[in-house]
Design a protein around this ligand. Structure first.
Ligand code: PLP
Length: 456
């Protein structure tokens, strides 16, 4: 453990030199920063030796827990060979093996793997592929995209163009390319004012209107399947995804599924689209790809997409995209180890009882005051706090009620991060049943503490 003066030094330097992502630094510098020093399994430990359950999988990416021996060893073994070499030209062993392995587990038909290093780049690649696919095919007017309201695909300009979260994406609007936003199937707050499930998925009709009104102009639809993460852990009703898939086919529009969050078991199956037995034209993966160890991402495409880019050198059909760390050997080696663990430790099979348990336990939250909606998909759950349960009046984001709850939880040994007034639960997949109980107990207590102090 670090000595006291060095800890204080780090806290000072953190405020002095670091600019944290998605953080109002004016508030941040008023608080004592939480500095994580180590981790083990589902636990994180700060520089003071205090332990926390990692309730959001270190920003939705950790799968097998921290310091997982098999992944640690795989990285060390690779480190003894080479840390990095470029994929622009030469290839490398882990990148080849991982591509084969990804195609092996991917929905049938996705046969080509294009690497990058984070979820945003995986989606940038997907958007560029979709756009250029149509150019190569001679459909020069197919240059626009459709996405969902509350959708999130990353923070680069291209992915923000297809983003639907006003509070994140509004400020940069003049920079964006043309995108149509279809209503999100956010059943708790149905944008069409319907009463699900007796709505016949009327939101799909709105999507169809967009596709019908813009014949020959739309290159692709991009969406997060089943769970819209950053937009509020919005969980789609069954049948919505297959409905979108059918509409894309009907209107000759490519379907890009952003499985950056939902991939690798989070929803209970390896990929979310397997719940509805559909195969997208392009699929982007990142967060869980190597168990949450290192920056790595992949965009998978069908043979049809890949083939459209083939041509003589002078035709300039080459896919002109690539990052310095594309296909990084350490990241790929970690991913291969993660993939083996899925098999060896029966991760998906073992998830089923945990998902059921979480579901049962979450039921008891529904009756709590100020809990408007409780939703779950696999090992992802969200608790939406409202000021008024009958009118569903949300807490204004300015009140930071979600942040308050998470600060309270931190005191009790749980690290979570809210989305506004929505409390997010997303533990590593290897969490044990009794740890789920502990996590939920802390959340319940934290909500009660914050709400009762609000009322005073
Ligand atoms: C996190 C996320 C991204 C962006 O990934 P980064 O690695 O943060 O760039 C894209 N899409 C979804 C669905 C995500 O959850």
């Amino acid at each position: 453990m670090l000595n006291k003066t060095y800890k204080e030094q780090l806290q000072t330097w953190d405020k002095q030199y670091l600019w944290h992502p998605f953080t109002q630094m004016q508030d941040y510098v008023k608080e004592t920063p939480l500095i994580i020093e180590e981790g083990n399994g589902v636990f994180l430990k700060d520089v003071n030796g205090k332990e926390y359950i990692d309730g959001i999988s270190s920003m939705w990416c950790n799968i097998h827990g921290h310091r997982k021996k098999e992944i640690d060893d795989a990285i060390k073994r690779q480190l003894d060979k080479i840390a990095h070499t470029t994929l622009l030209g030469p290839s490398n062993i882990p990148a080849i093996e991982l591509a084969k392995s990804l195609v092996g587990i991917a929905p049938k038909g996705l046969t080509k793997v294009f690497y990058s290093d984070n979820g945003s780049t995986a989606n940038e690649v997907a958007l560029k592929m979709a756009f250029q696919y149509w150019q190569h095919k001679g459909f020069k007017d197919k240059t626009q995209f459709v996405a969902l309201q509350y959708g999130y695909h990353g923070d680069t300009i291209g992915t923000m163009s297809v983003g639907g979260i006003e509070i994140f994406h509004g400020a940069f609007r003049p920079l964006y390319f043309k995108t149509y936003l279809a209503p999100s199937p956010y059943c708790y707050r149905c944008p069409l004012g319907k009463q699900p499930p007796n709505c016949s998925l009327a939101c799909l009709d709105k999507l169809e209107d967009i596709l019908k009104e813009n014949p020959g102009r739309i290159a692709a639809m991009i969406m997060e399947p089943l769970v819209q993460g950053a937009g509020g852990m919005i969980i789609h009703p069954s049948g919505y995804l297959s409905g979108v898939h059918a509409l894309c086919k009907k209107y000759n529009v490519l379907l890009i599924l952003d499985e950056v969050l939902t991939g690798f078991g989070r929803t209970g199956k390896m990929f979310a689209c397997l719940h509805e037995n559909i195969v997208p034209d392009i699929m982007s993966l990142s967060k869980g790809i190597n168990g949450g160890y290192m920056p790595l991402a992949a965009t998978l495409a069908t043979e049809e997409i890949y083939n459209a880019f083939l041509g003589t050198y002078t035709e300039l059909k080459t896919f002109f995209h690539g990052h310095t760390y594309t296909g990084n050997p350490l990241g790929c080696a970690a991913a291969l180890a993660s993939m083996e663990l899925f098999e060896k430790e029966h991760i998906l099979e073992n998830l089923e009882p945990k998902i059921k348990h979480l579901q049962t336990k979450l039921k008891s939250f529904e009756s709590l005051n100020y809990v408007g909606d409780v939703r779950q998909c696999g090992l992802i759950a969200a608790i939406e706090l409202v000021r008024d349960k009958t009118t569903k009046e949300p807490y204004p984001w300015e009140e930071r009620v979600g942040i308050q709850v998470c600060l309270e939880a931190r005191k009790l040994g749980l690290l979570i991060r809210p989305l506004g007034h929505i409390i997010v639960i997303m533990p590593p997949l290897i969490i044990k049943i009794h740890e789920i109980d502990r996590l939920l107990d802390i959340i319940r207590e934290s909500i009660q503490t914050v709400i009762s102090s609000e009322l005073r």
